[in-house]
Design a protein around this ligand. Structure first.
Ligand SMILES: *Cc1c(COP(=O)(O)O)cnc(C)c1O
Length: 385
């Protein structure tokens, strides 16, 4: 038996024909860049995410980067983020010449710890070398961060709150999306994410009209927005009036067409993921050091189903010998990576992050993981000491 770690093809049995037809429609139309499906997808994504605006873009990394660019983050600025995350969260900060300041995580959810965040902001202010600007929260493994607490900290210090919901788009806290508390959320449609495209893609959700305008300009080389062009009396193609630095950051029409189809079953897939996660937890809780803990009022998207084990590497080898793949997110926290160990960490360092990085292991998860396969995985985990 070979079990895929994330079975991205299982969904094709359900909507593969519709997706193929949607792709064919784009190939026949020839509208490969900013075709009508891009706008249709943005409208549907905004409705799903309960946002005033959804702006699609090239990938999740650019969605983070474009937000920081729109807010004018640069040299001398501090951006607070967890270290227990995918490197992109901190990478975009450093690329803009700003300073990522790493904050520890809550030991039960793996998400940024609001108490250590507060202490880190205070310490940065006391030191006075960098200006606090933005907090980036990550919905690690698909579980919402503690947004009410984070929003309180952000407001108290006059900082922007960005929800890096690359793994958690579709998650809810007390029935609300992270955007309810954040100034914007950034999404990734990398194929293995819960809402994955057939290639790279990303998006930004926000309720802020002006931010949306600036982002749509940054997405296309800083081109004039309709407002910019009117103010200047510019009557040529707005592409040729460059108001600010931007990039080439559009979502392909083909990916938008794929995502329109995928969005129709996304809510049902989140429900399936939650059933599968509960089934794992019931079976495994007595046998492993920790099964995921869900904070009160949260419905995660389960980008990963992650447990802790005293002998994580031994368990991985044991499962591999039985044809069961696992993955470790993340074996080296960002602040210990060669490219990032020059950046500051909050007071007292990041002991929780470092401890968790040596203990976590993720098991196969997809909305279409069937009971028999899941039972075989559970039996294999239990059979390892
Ligand atoms: C995947 C991911 C990103 C980057 O998304 P890409 O689409 O791969 O660029 C950013 N942050 C987190 C937390 C992620 O998991």
């Amino acid at each position: 038996m070979t079990i895929p770690f994330i079975d991205i093809q299982a969904q094709r049995g359900r909507i593969g024909d519709a997706i193929d037809a949607a792709i064919l429609q784009v190939t026949r139309s020839g509208q490969f860049v900013m075709g009508p499906q891009v706008h249709e997808f943005e409208a549907k994504l905004a409705a799903f995410g309960n946002a005033r605006h959804a702006l699609s873009c090239s990938n999740g990394t650019d969605s983070l980067m474009f937000l920081l660019m729109a807010w004018g983050v640069g040299p001398g600025d501090a951006v607070f983020c967890p270290s227990f995350t995918f490197a992109a969260t901190a990478e975009v900060v450093a690329l803009l010449g700003a300073i990522p300041v790493f904050v520890d995580i809550d030991p039960s959810t793996y998400n940024i710890d609001a108490v250590h965040l507060e202490a880190t902001i205070e310490a940065t202010k006391r030191e006075g070398r960098f200006t606090p600007r933005v907090i980036i929260a990550v919905d690690l493994f698909g579980q919402p961060a503690d947004y009410p607490a984070l929003a309180t900290v952000a407001h108290a210090h006059g900082l922007k709150l960005l929800a890096d919901t690359a793994q958690g788009f579709g998650c809810r806290l007390h029935g609300k999306h992270p955007l309810h508390w954040a100034d914007a959320s950034s999404l990734s449609f990398f194929p293995a994410k819960p809402l994955g495209a057939y290639g790279d893609g990303g998006a930004i959700l926000t309720d802020d009209d002006e931010l949306h305008d600036v982002l749509s300009s940054i997405r296309v080389h800083g081109q004039a927005t309709p407002r910019d062009a009117a103010a200047r009396g510019f009557e040529h193609d707005p592409k040729y009036l460059n108001m600010r630095l931007g990039s080439n950051g559009r979502l392909d029409t083909i990916q938008a067409a794929v995502l329109i189809e995928k969005l129709t079953i996304f809510e049902d897939e989140i429900a399936r993921r939650n059933k599968i996660a509960a089934r794992y937890s019931n079976a495994l809780a007595p046998h492993v050091a920790r099964v995921p803990e869900i904070i009160v009022g949260a419905v995660p998207t389960w980008a990963q189903y992650t447990i802790e084990h005293e002998d994580r590497d031994g368990l991985a080898a044991h499962l591999k010998s039985q044809g069961i793949p696992t993955a470790v997110y993340y074996p080296i926290p960002v602040h210990q990576q060669p490219a990032y160990n020059c950046y500051p960490v909050g007071p007292g360092g990041l002991p929780v992050t470092e401890n968790k990085a040596s203990r976590v292991i993720s098991l196969p998860m997809s909305p279409y993981l069937d009971d028999a396969t899941q039972d075989a995985i559970v039996v294999a985990v239990k059979s390892y000491g």
